[in-house]
Design a protein around this ligand. Structure first.
Ligand SMILES: [Zn+2]
Length: 377
């Protein structure tokens, strides 16, 4: 009896899995959530032109501290928009912060701009320390076409094909011009560390009824199939544990680990191991067209904020605190990295961040890998 029940349970779990990871719903499990065309009112979020205006204002009032420029020398977006970068700081450690690679993930751009403004204006000790020790490269709107269309992807001009820019940094080559532009610039900068900013749909913190406001993610799962062999297994865990400790007591935050395919009933979830994601490719030292011949690589992490314009789940009332938690997480992680505080964290503290017991890994190279298996890299 018991074993039949178990068999039924296993079979239904397997069916859920098959449905969950079929191609039709695969997109719903990607970082950032579903990719349906947006129909939410986005008047409260920043347009491309507004972002340019804010960047120019920040540069103008920064007394020479902030340098704003485009990547036009490498190319423009599919629809001919310039991709903007803001550079601040004078130190040797290079920190890369990118937002809105998914055009329907809006508040992260605001958070990045707020942090840039802090670096431009604040004279506080922690900020000055960061600017002495590091140079920060902000790309507040990686996907301007998607942002203007309120769409996760960009659209290829020739074919009309939609391309997820966060699956386009592959050794086989890039489909969208935005990928070629940003990759070429990344290979010129050679950063030491990167943070990537996203939004996700609704989920709940494991073992609670609290709606997750913020998820901490590593796109090659710690202790998973890929990361241990490329050297960033410990430092990425330390980074996320550091952010968790800094933010967990901040009002309104309910922080957990980024996972997909969460099954509340079974109490399980999947980590991702996505090698074609931009920050994964950075960690793996992608050398495309010999632009990165020395195979430069560096650790990278991502944040996921609750709510997505495509799901009508981005309430204006909550925008302020959702933006603020992003701002605070970014600010504290940059400071912790620059001062070496991050390296003092016990990597095992990563497991203090709430997470669903691991069922396996969702990959973009070998389907679903059950927990415990090791595909090697
Ligand atoms: Zn995203």
């Amino acid at each position: 009896m018991k074993s039949i029940k178990r068999l039924i349970k296993m079979t239904s779990a397997l069916m859920i899995l098959m449905v969950a990871f079929s191609s039709a719903t695969y997109a719903a499990l990607q970082p950032g959530g579903p990719s349906t065309n947006g129909n939410t009112n986005i008047n409260s979020t920043l347009s491309y032109q507004e972002v340019i205006k804010i960047l120019e204002d920040i540069e103008g009032s920064s007394k020479g501290k902030v340098d704003v420029f485009t990547l036009d020398q490498y190319g423009k977006s599919e629809q001919g928009r310039s991709i903007y970068v803001a550079k601040v700081g004078k130190g040797p450690q290079k920190i890369w912060i990118q937002a809105q690679i998914h055009g329907n993930e809006k508040l992260v751009t605001e958070a990045a701009l707020q942090l840039l403004k802090t670096y431009a204006k604040s004279g506080e000790k922690d900020v000055e320390k960061v600017l002495e020790e590091s140079t920060l490269y902000f790309i507040p709107m990686y996907n301007p076409d998607g942002a203007e269309m309120n769409l996760r992807q960009t659209k290829l001009t020739d074919s009309g094909k939609l391309i997820d820019l966060n699956r386009d940094w592959t050794a086989a080559g890039f489909e969208a011009v935005e990928s070629r532009v940003v990759y070429a610039y990344w290979a010129d900068v050679n950063p030491d560390f990167a943070i990537d900013l996203h939004h996700q749909g609704f989920k709940q913190v494991y073992g609670t009824n609290e709606s997750t406001s913020f998820s901490l993610g590593i796109s090659l799962a710690p202790d998973g199939p890929t990361l241990p062999s490329i050297g960033y297994n410990e430092i990425t865990k330390q980074m996320m544990a550091y952010v968790y400790d800094e933010l967990k007591d901040y009002g309104y935050t309910h922080i957990d680990r980024y996972q997909v395919g969460v099954d509340r009933e079974a109490g399980t979830g999947y980590d991702i191991d996505i090698r074609g994601g931009v920050v994964s490719a950075m960690m793996m030292g992608l050398n495309y067209k010999n632009l990165n011949p020395e195979g430069h690589s560096h650790p990278a992490v991502f944040f996921e904020t609750k709510g997505n314009t495509s799901e009508s789940s981005l309430g204006q009332k909550s925008n302020g605190y959702l933006t603020k938690q992003n701002y605070l997480a970014l600010k504290s992680l940059v400071h912790g990295y620059v001062t070496g505080e991050v390296e003092k964290v016990n990597p095992d503290d990563w497991y203090n961040i709430p997470y669903y017991p691991l069922a396996g890994y969702l990959t973009d190279y070998n389907g679903v890998i059950p927990a415990g298996a090791n595909s090697g890299y």
